[in-house]
Design a protein around this ligand. Structure first.
Ligand SMILES: [Zn+2]
Length: 582
């Protein structure tokens, strides 16, 4: 018998209890789409809330929301139209299509580092060499071709107005940078986050919540002055913290073991090039820890040159260990330099540079073009002023090169000869400088985080399933139960239920089945606390509280409940201090 892995168990539990399930099941389902039920939606909201607490609040990061469909121009400029593609093979017999690199990883045990390096021809050779055939029907495979993995559509009734579903939230930030920068009143560093759905038209996703065609992404774009790249929080807060790293130089030697290094050391050795990136990596480590993934089940692995996204100058993946898929990426940390802003500046013609004023003006030497009016006037006559205007806007370097190589320079349709101008160094006073900010980007896949939280919370105890979710993530925080449905206990329990809801908790009332069955259901939903109303409650207004993790109980007065539950959920109170032993 095949051993069931945690993914199977979690999927079954997720379907049965309404965390998530494959979408459109009544129509046979389409892989790569997931529907979140009531418990899953709540859990996802709580993870997103935690993300905001963790990353956004402390750094005053601005949150924004842009549209999912974006015009083709955006992704032509960003380079996605060219680079966002995967190698695909088709089965000649059953016509099913697969990711060529995934087949090589699954059937020829090649690493993703190896398959990333392959060209189409290289991939074809490897497929042949390993005798790989269709995993569904055993048929022969055709030649690999590239498939663009952005969803495309047309905007409005015009078929030539191509639009794409965004494959990342980041571009929404870059194209709006000018306004965001103004909103922040010209301050750097400036962090902007966008959390929302993104679309990737995966070729054949077969990994449930790990590889989705529509998913929730949280992209932080952190802009800073490349001349002032220091992160002031580093020394104060996290210089001595450690990260488990597999930097490129170790990965090239095929090292599989992560090295535990302090942040300071990682920066000194050049493992991580940007201080802000190191800072966010440490934050990401703590974030995953608080979602329930311990340190030693996490690592950061650097992307080799050919594995990096086209916009990245250095990239680390944060990986966690999952039962079925092994090391799996949950966040990416890329240094995008000024790549995106520069691309959008060139393609849109809009200046995306920021201006930073010097404390005191500086004298600078600048190459300038000086028109010699005595020559320009007679040559161009009426059009002389147009010529001088064009020259004042010309790029000095271009003019100089053109005169050197061709002997003339074309200003619009006017032919400028060396005798018309003088190129000279002029001393001018500069009050500041113009530049494009650089960007460090931590990017998280929320659906993977949710799955990871569930897998790490899962425990089997005495044949019973327990979801030991971190208290603040639990979709239902408190269960309220009458011990039996007689003697006025239901009424009292309903009152309590209403009172706790008014206090802002997410509470579930349940009177069906034995109290043991109800506790078991609560354990499976990850509900941290269960409150039971019994006959003694009617006499002295006390109830029992039962702890999901230890299955122990204490007894306390109902009026103390809101305060004590709040303290427990925020980890400022231990369970045994919530009341007296019953
Ligand atoms: Zn086939």
């Amino acid at each position: 018998m095949q051993k069931t892995d945690k993914y199977e168990i979690i999927s079954e539990l997720a379907k049965r209890r309404g965390f998530f399930w494959p979408s459109y099941e009544i129509y046979g389902g389409v892989s790569g789409f997931l529907t979140y039920g009531p418990l899953g939606t709540k859990l996802k909201q709580r993870i997103e809330a935690k993300f905001r607490d963790f990353f956004i609040k402390p750094l005053n990061i601005l949150e924004m929301e842009s549209s999912i469909v974006m015009p083709a121009k955006v992704f032509e400029a960003s380079g996605h139209v060219k680079a966002f593609r995967e190698p695909m093979v088709e089965c000649r017999k059953c016509k099913r299509k697969f990711r060529a690199d995934h087949l090589l990883q699954e059937q020829a045990q090649m690493s993703d580092t190896q398959t990333e390096k392959l060209s189409l021809q290289g991939g074809a050779k490897e497929l042949k060499k390993h005798g790989i055939r269709c995993p569904e029907c055993g048929g022969e495979l055709g030649k690999p071709q590239y498939f663009m993995t952005m969803f495309s559509t047309s905007i409005g009734p015009y078929s030539d107005a191509v639009g794409y579903g965004r494959p990342e939230a980041a571009q929404g930030v870059f194209v709006e940078f000018k306004r965001l920068y103004e909103t922040a009143r010209g301050k750097l560093p400036l962090g902007v986050v966008q959390m929302g759905h993104a679309l990737r038209n995966e070729i054949s996703p077969r990994q449930g919540p790990i590889r989705l065609r529509e998913f929730t992404i949280a992209d932080i774009e952190f802009f800073f002055d490349p001349k002032e790249p220091q992160c002031p929080l580093l020394k104060k807060e996290i210089g001595k913290e450690t990260l488990r790293l597999i930097p490129a130089e170790m990965k090239r030697k095929d090292a599989r073991r992560a090295e535990q290094v302090t942040v300071k050391e990682a920066l000194r050795k050049g493992y991580i090039k940007t201080e802000w990136q190191a800072y966010f990596m440490v934050l990401a480590k703590h974030f995953l820890k608080e979602l329930g993934v311990p340190d030693d089940s996490q690592r950061f692995i650097e992307k080799l040159e050919w594995e990096r996204a086209h916009y990245s100058s250095q990239g680390y993946d944060q990986e966690i260990y999952l039962d079925r898929w092994g090391w799996t990426e949950v966040s990416g940390h890329n240094c995008r330099t000024d790549y995106d802003l520069r691309q959008h500046m060139e393609h849109s013609g809009v200046d995306m540079q920021v201006f930073k004023e010097y404390d005191r003006p500086k004298l600078a030497k600048k190459l300038t073009i000086e028109p010699i009016l005595a020559k320009i006037g007679p040559t161009f006559k009426k059009e002389a002023s147009e010529v001088t205007a064009l020259l004042s806007e010309a790029n000095v370097q271009e003019v100089e090169n053109s005169l050197k190589t061709k002997g003339y320079y074309m200003a619009g349709s006017f032919k400028i000869l060396p005798e018309h101008i003088r190129i000279m160094h002029k001393e001018i006073e500069e009050s500041g400088r113009r530049f494009l900010p650089h960007v460090v980007e931590p990017s998280f896949g929320i659906d993977r985080l949710l799955y990871a939280a569930l897998e790490y919370a899962y425990e089997k105890r005495n044949e019973r399933t327990l979801l030991k979710l971190p208290r603040e993530l639990a979709p239902v925080q408190v269960g309220v139960y009458p011990l039996v449905t007689k003697g006025g206990l239901t009424k009292k329990a309903c009152q309590l239920h209403r009172m706790l809801m008014k206090e802002g908790f997410s509470v579930e009332y349940d009177e069906a089945g034995s109290i043991g069955r109800r506790y078991a259901r609560a354990d499976e939903a990850g509900t941290p606390l269960c409150i039971t109303v019994d006959y003694r409650t009617l006499k002295d207004n006390t109830v029992t509280i039962r702890d999901r993790d230890s299955w122990k109980q204490v007894r306390t007065r109902t009026e103390r409940l809101p305060e004590t539950i709040r303290a427990y959920l925020s980890y400022t109170k231990n369970f045994k201090d919530m009341g007296e032993s019953p």
